[in-house]
Design a protein around this ligand. Structure first.
Ligand code: TXA
Ligand code: MG
Length: 355
């Protein structure tokens, strides 16, 4: 296996990404190399979606099992039509509302698109990102860009260029540093190949927002059961994912009771000699003692702030080498559904329900 000895980092103005670095990075993509770049959700690890060898490099760099399919990022409808066939009316309705943006559509794959983008499935996941750097890069490359999140497999997704470097230094040719991503959680994945619209992964576009356009859209039954240890309709959706090195303890229940229980558990863990971290809302801070590493993510009513900071918070507490991270449920409304999904996976499906 060959890794790139040197990873080059370029700082790019995220508002006006007009630069030589974009041209260079587009060239690297076209020639089969790897470029990490910001999107509005998280950083992606990009390669030419039409080059099966370049796609293999993504799996190698991420240490990702080749059973986990990758999203193709497009610049315009022309690229959509080159990647997918039998595109249903619903795809145009949804993309009309949400593209460019944090929505990924699973469609039937065109036969000449390399099948290792979708691990041999006859489908392909497609998204048109809105981030100006992502758009400029795809345009400059002149090909659709396949990109999973730019973290090593099972680690929290990267929301800054530094996170990418932590995981992928020496494994990617170029990192385009456009600062922290805004949404901080990955896109919502909607499968349109089953006849109905099914959400395979909740994400940056909320269920409530989707229902305004598609009232009968469903959350994947497998997702609801959270029985994802086995193969599922969205391969790569096994529970362990987005995990920091520390053990995550996830608490759910009425907020005051949850906080009280977290205080008790934190105290017990520290008595046992553990270093304890807490991920919570700003309002939770005062309930924990000085010898607890508390990372607050935002006000409890501002789920967009909490989403923005979640993965960075996990990585920050990991950096402090805490043994355990206590984190609470932030509800299921709006971005709460995606937050809950990521937390549940980070906790490997184990939940502490507080009465
Ligand atoms: O926001 C995002 O979606 C980010 C940025 C970089 O665009 N990308 C991302 O990629 O999160 P990744 O590889 O970490 O997650 C891709 C998700 C997985 O849940 C995968 O199972 C699903 O998309 N997926 C990809 N192709 C699929 C397909 N053909 N059928 C069903 N699910 C698919
Ligand atoms: Mg990922």
């Amino acid at each position: 296996m060959t890794y790139n000895a040197n990873t080059r980092i370029f700082h790019i103005d995220p508002i006006n990404p007009d630069s030589e670095a974009i041209t260079l990075a587009g060239d690297v993509i076209r020639k089969g190399g790897l470029v990490a770049f910001p999107t509005e959700t998280v950083y992606g690890l990009g390669a030419n979606a039409l080059d099966s060898e370049a796609l293999n490099r993504i799996y190698l760099a991420k240490a990702r099992p080749s059973s986990d399919p990758i999203i193709a990022h497009i610049f315009d409808d022309e690229q959509l039509n080159a990647l997918a066939i039998d595109i249903p009316e619903m795809a145009y309705r949804l993309s009309g509302f949400f593209w460019p943006g944090a929505l990924t559509l699973v469609l039937k794959r065109a036969p000449d698109v390399p099948d290792n983008i979708a691990t041999g499935l006859d489908t392909i996941a497609i998204r048109m990102p809105s981030h100006p750097i992502a758009r400029a890069l795809i345009q400059s490359a002149g090909v659709p860009i396949a990109a999973p999140s730019a973290n090593t497999f099972t680690r929290p997704s990267a929301t800054t260029a530094n996170h990418v470097l932590e995981d992928l230094d020496g494994r990617v040719d170029i990192i385009l540093d456009g600062g922290a991503t805004t949404i901080g959680l990955e896109s919502t994945v909607v499968d349109l190949t089953q006849g109905e619209s099914i959400v395979l992964r909740p994400g940056g576009i909320t269920m409530e927002h989707l229902r305004e356009i598609v009232p009968d859209i469903q959350l994947s039954p497998r997702y609801l059961k959270m029985d994802n240890q086995q193969a599922s309709s969205s391969p790569g959706q096994m529970v362990k994912h987005y995990s920091p090195n520390a053990e995550i303890m996830l608490f759910t229940g009425e907020t005051d009771a949850v906080i009280a229980h977290m205080q008790k558990i934190a105290f017990g863990l520290k008595e046992a000699g553990k270093r304890v971290g807490v991920l919570g809302a700003d309002e939770d801070y005062r309930y924990f003692a000085d010898d607890t590493d508390v990372k607050t993510l935002g006000s409890r009513d501002e789920l967009d702030a909490i989403s923005h900071s979640l993965f960075a918070g996990m990585r920050m507490l990991d950096g402090l080498q805490v043994d355990v991270i206590l984190v609470r449920d932030f509800g299921r409304k709006g971005l709460g559904a995606a937050l809950w999904d990521r937390l549940l996976r980070a906790a490997e499906g184990k939940v502490i329900a507080v009465e």
